[in-house]
Design a protein around this ligand. Structure first.
Ligand code: AMP
Length: 402
C-alpha cells in the first residue's frame, strides 16, 4: 500500500509518500507560500536529486495538484500515476475530547473537526483545507486523520482538569489536551522496543524538545500527564514561547503596557522563551554557540531552559512514583548533547548516570546514552511523526478493505 502523508498549514503543505510494505519514504517535499506570489515547491525523491519549482499556487487544491504532478513526473517522479496512491493521512493538531485515536474521514468527522476550530484557530482550519483539497483532487482515495492530542486522551482528570470554576470546562471545554502526541507515542513505543521490554512495564518521561517543546509522563504505556495544556503555550520554556508563567502576569502587563489581547498572545507565543532571555535567537544552536563564546544572556537562557526541563522530569517522576526511562527527541533533544548533559547531570539523585562520551556521538538511530550502571535508562530516539501517521492510515484503510 502507498500512503501519502500531508501536513497542511495555512500557507504551506508538507508531504511524504510511503511504500508501507517496507515503510520506505519514496519522496517527500513541501509547498511554501501558498496564496502568495512565487510559491515554492521543493520535491525530494528518495533516489534522485532535489527539484525546486517556483510558480503561482493560489490555493490548497492547486498545491495538492502540484504535489501529484511532482510525484508522478516522468523525470523526477516516483510513481507512474495518481491511482497508485491508496490512502492519504493528515496530521491534525486538535482533536478535542472527541477524537481518542485516528479515524477515517467522513462527513461527520469533518463536522467535528470544524467544531474544534475555536480550540486551534491557527491550525485546524488549515488542516481542513488540506482535507478538502485532497477530496477535490482524489475523490476516490480514502483519507485518515491523525490527531496531535489523541495520545493524551488517556490522562486522568487529576491531570487534565485545571483548578478553575468547573463551569468553564462544561461550557468551553477548558482543560489540558496536550500536543506532540504522535511523537510521544512513537518514541515511547520505539524506546520500549529498543530496550526489549513491554511498554506497559516501563515508567517513562519523553521529552519532545524542538521549536515547540513538551514532556509526557507515560505510565502503563499510556499518557498520564503532559506539559502542554489547553494550548501549546503551557509547560516548558521554548524557542519563542514562554511556557509556564504566573497567569496573573497577563492582566497585569496588559494593563501596564496597554496591550490588546492579540498583543499579549503574541508576546507570550512569539517574543518570549529562549529568544527573549538570550536576546539572540530562538534557535538552540545559536544560543549554545553564543554561550560557549561567553555571552551571559545566552548562558542564562540555556540554564533556564534546562532547569525548567529538569523540574518537569522530577515532577513526573513524582507523579508516577518512579521513572525507568528518560527519552530525548526532536530538534534539540536529538541534536544537542549540551542540553542532554545539563539536564541529566542535574538530576543524578534519581539514579541517572550519563555516559558523556556516548552522549556526544552523533547518530540518526535510537541509542542509549546512560552507563550500564544507570538505574534509569536514558535514550535518544529520533522522532518520526509522519511514519506513525502513515502506519495509522495503513491500518485503518486496510480494515476498511477487509
Ligand atoms: P524541531 O522543531 O524539532 O524541528 O526542532 C528545531 C530546533 O532544533 C531548532 O530551532 C534548533 O533550536 C534545534 N536544533 C537543531 N539542530 C541542533 C543542534 N545541532 N544543536 C542544538 N539545537 C539544534
Amino acid at each position: 500500500m502507498k500512503v501519502l502523508v500531508i501536513n497542511a498549514g495555512s500557507s504551506s503543505l508538507k508531504y511524504q509518500l510511503y511504500e508501507m510494505l517496507n515503510e520506505n519514504v519514496l519522496a517527500s517535499g513541501r509547498v511554501e507560500r501558498i496564496g502568495m506570489d512565487s510559491s515554492i515547491v521543493t520535491h525530494e525523491p528518495a533516489d534522485k536529486p532535489e527539484v525546486r519549482d517556483v510558480s503561482e499556487i493560489l490555493d490548497h487544491v492547486t498545491a495538492v495538484k502540484r504535489v501529484i504532478d511532482m510525484i508522478t513526473h516522468k523525470e523526477y517522479g516516483v510513481i507512474g500515476s495518481m491511482s497508485e496512491i491508496d490512502a492519504v493521512g493528515h496530521r491534525i493538531v486538535h482533536g478535542g475530547e472527541v477524537f481518542k485515536g485516528s479515524v477515517l474521514v467522513t462527513q461527520e468527522v469533518k463536522l467535528e473537526i470544524r467544531r474544534l476550530f475555536d480550540l486551534a484557530p491557527l491550525h485546524n482550519p488549515a488542516h481542513m483545507m488540506g482535507i478538502t483539497a485532497v477530496e477535490a483532487v482524489m475523490p476516490e482515495v480514502p483519507q485518515v486523520v491523525v490527531f496531535d492530542t489523541a495520545f493524551h486522551q488517556t490522562m486522568p482528570n487529576t491531570s487534565y482538569l485545571y483548578p478553575v470554576p468547573t463551569v468553564l470546562y462544561r461550557r468551553h471545554k477548558i482543560r489540558r489536551y496536550g500536543f506532540h502526541g504522535t511523537s510521544h507515542a512513537y518514541v515511547s513505543d520505539k524506546a520500549a522496543r529498543y530496550l526489549n521490554k513491554p511498554l506497559q512495564s516501563l515508567k517513562m518521561v519523553t521529552c519532545h524538545i524542538g521549536n515547540g517543546a513538551s514532556c509526557a509522563a507515560i505510565l502503563d504505556g499510556k499518557s498520564f500527564d503532559t506539559s502542554m495544556g489547553m494550548t501549546p503555550l503551557e509547560g516548558l520554556m521554548m524557542g519563542t514561547r514562554s511556557g509556564d508563567i504566573d497567569p496573573a502576569i497577563v492582566p497585569f502587563v496588559m494593563n501596564k503596557e496597554e496591550l490588546t489581547l492579540n498583543e499579549a498572545n503574541s508576546m507570550l507565543n512569539k517574543h518570549s522563551g529562549m529568544l527573549a532571555i538570550s536576546g539572540i535567537s530562538s534557535d538552540m544552536r545559536e544560543v549554545t554557540e553564543a554561550m560557549h563564546e561567553g555571552d551571559k544572556n545566552a548562558k542564562l537562557a540555556f540554564d533556564m531552559y534546562t532547569y525548567r526541563l529538569r523540574k518537569y522530569i522530577g515532577a513526573y517522576a513524582a507523579a508516577m512514583n518512579g521513572i525507568d526511562v528518560l527519552v530525548f527527541t526532536a530538534g534539540v533533544g536529538e541534536n544537542s548533547p549540551d542540553v542532554r548533559e545539563a539536564v541529566c547531570e542535574g538530576i543524578t539523585f534519581l539514579g541517572i548516570e550519563l555516559d558523556k562520551e556516548k552522549n556526544r556521538i552523533r547518530s540518526k538511530e535510537a541509542r542509549e546514552i546512560s552507563t550500564p550502571n544507570s538505574r534509569i535508562k536514558v535514550l535518544v530516539v529520533p522522532t518520526n511523526e509522519e511514519l506513525l501517521i502513515a502506519r495509522d492510515t495503513n491500518t485503518i484503510v486496510k480494515e476498511l478493505q477487509n
